[in-house]
Each structure stands twice: as structure tokens, then as C-alpha cells.
Ligand binder design. Structure first.
Ligand code: G6P
Ligand code: MG
Length: 222
């Protein structure tokens, strides 16, 4: 039986993905590294420090900064990101998400946030949707970030479910890879080519419903 839905946050619940992109692009400019939309795909779902490391490696700057300097760069990016998101309201919840959360609650399924973002609790507050979730996995509590399966395995455990009883919803290739590595069924939102590893790809969140999640899960575990 399908027992739990494990939700990524950025790009699934709300479109913070664009703010992460703007903040990394700005920091990239200061470092002399061009962060364009294509390269940004490789940052989606990836933790703050891992994203910085990827940007530095992309710009040939891998060994240029000390850990303290890299931490300061991460703080700078995050301060800019926090400025960008502070105007967010419940109107920024992506289409189809609230009705889905209502459906899941009515059907008694568990809902867990499995996001790499340390800002996730604050964003759920801004969107006023915190109460729809049974738990938030603290990304600092898992050993390895996406594409490793850890955060989704922790999400299943938090829901008191086996991986086979869960479905994960993601917008990032690294996230889909993590879900599949956890032996969990994956629904992806976005470009079918980028997200080809998922069990089903939907063009946007408005296509999400309990029926679609159940159908995907039943076909995947058959
Ligand atoms: C999500 C986003 C990434 C972001 C990461 C860390 O996975 O998709 O773009 O880098 O969270 O977010 P944070 O808010 O902790 O910097
Ligand atoms: Mg995401």
C-alpha cells in the first residue's frame, strides 16, 4: 500500500528554484564564473556547499579558497537568497499543490519534506503550509546529500514506512537519482529528457493528484 509521499521543496512546493539561480548567478559573477540556466540544472537539489564547490570547479577555481572563505561565500549567497524570498506568501504555492495536500490528508497518507535546503522550515512558514506535513527531514542529519539516497531513506523512516511504500516528488535530476537509489518510486516535474530516470514525468505541478501518484506507484511496483 502507498503510505507516504516524500516531497522536495524548491521547484515542487514553490518556485524558489529561480531565486537560488539568481543568487548563485550573482555570486558567480563576483567570482568570474558564468552560471547560466543549463549549468544551473546541475545545482538543483544540491546542498549549499556542494553547489559552491560545483561552481568553483566549473570555473577552474577548485583549490583557490580556504574552507573559511567558502563558508563566507555560502553565507553571502544565502543572505542574498533570503532577501529574494522574504516577500513570498501563500500565493507562491505552485498550482495543484494545495489540493494535493488536502487529498493526501483526507486519504490518511503521510507527507514528509525531503529537501536539501536548510531554509525549508522558514519557507513552509512563509507559505503557511507547515501543518500539512507530518515531518521535515533535517538535511544536516543525513550523511550524504542528493544524489545519494540518504535523505529519502530518512524521509521513509520518518513516515514510518518502507521505501517500497513511498513515492517521491522531485524537480531535479539529482533528486530523482536519489529517490531511485533509495528504491522509491519517483514522480518528476519538468523536462522529460533531464528527468528521464523518473517513473513518471509531469510537465508541471498542476498535473499532480493522488490518483496520478497512486497510478505511478502501482505500475512501478508491479
Ligand atoms: C535545494 C535546492 C538547491 C539548494 C539546496 C540548499 O535542494 O534545490 O538549489 O542549493 O536546497 O538550500 P539552502 O536553502 O540550504 O541553501
Ligand atoms: Mg527541487
Amino acid at each position: 500500500m502507498l503510505k507516504a509521499v516524500l516531497f522536495d521543496l524548491d521547484g515542487v512546493i514553490t518556485d524558489t528554484a529561480k531565486f537560488h539561480f539568481l543568487a548563485w548567478r550573482e555570486l558567480g559573477k563576483e567570482l568570474g564564473v558564468t552560471v547560466d540556466e543549463a549549468f544551473n540544472e546541475e545545482l538543483k537539489g544540491v546542498s549549499r556547499m556542494d553547489s559552491l564547490e560545483r561552481i568553483l570547479a566549473f570555473g577552474g577555481l577548485a583549490d583557490k579558497y580556504s574552507l573559511a572563505e567558502k563558508e563566507a561565500l555560502c553565507t553571502k549567497k544565502n543572505d542574498h537568497y533570503l532577501e529574494l524570498i522574504q516577500e513570498m506568501t501563500p500565493a507562491d504555492i505552485l498550482p495543484g499543490i494545495l489540493p494535493l495536500l488536502e487529498e493526501l490528508r483526507a486519504a490518511g497518507l503521510k507527507t514528509i519534506i525531503t529537501s536539501a535546503s536548510k531554509n525549508a522550515p522558514g519557507i513552509l512558514e512563509l507559505l503557511q503550509v507547515k501543518d500539512y506535513f507530518d515531518g521535515i527531514v533535517d538535511p544536516a542529519s543525513v550523511a550524504a546529500g542528493k544524489p545519494a539516497p540518504d535523505i529519502f531513506l530518512a524521509g521513509a523512516a520518518l513516515a514510518d514506512a518502507e521505501p517500497a511504500e513511498c513515492i517521491g516528488v522531485e524537480d531535479a535530476a539529482s533528486g530523482v537519482e536519489a529517490i531511485k537509489a533509495a528504491n522509491i518510486t519517483a514522480v518528476a516535474i519538468g523536462d522529460a529528457e533531464v528527468l528521464a530516470q523518473a517513473d513518471r514525468v509531469l510537465p508541471d505541478t498542476s498535473a499532480l493528484s493522488l490518483a496520478v501518484l497512486r497510478d505511478t506507484w502501482e505500475k512501478a511496483i508491479a
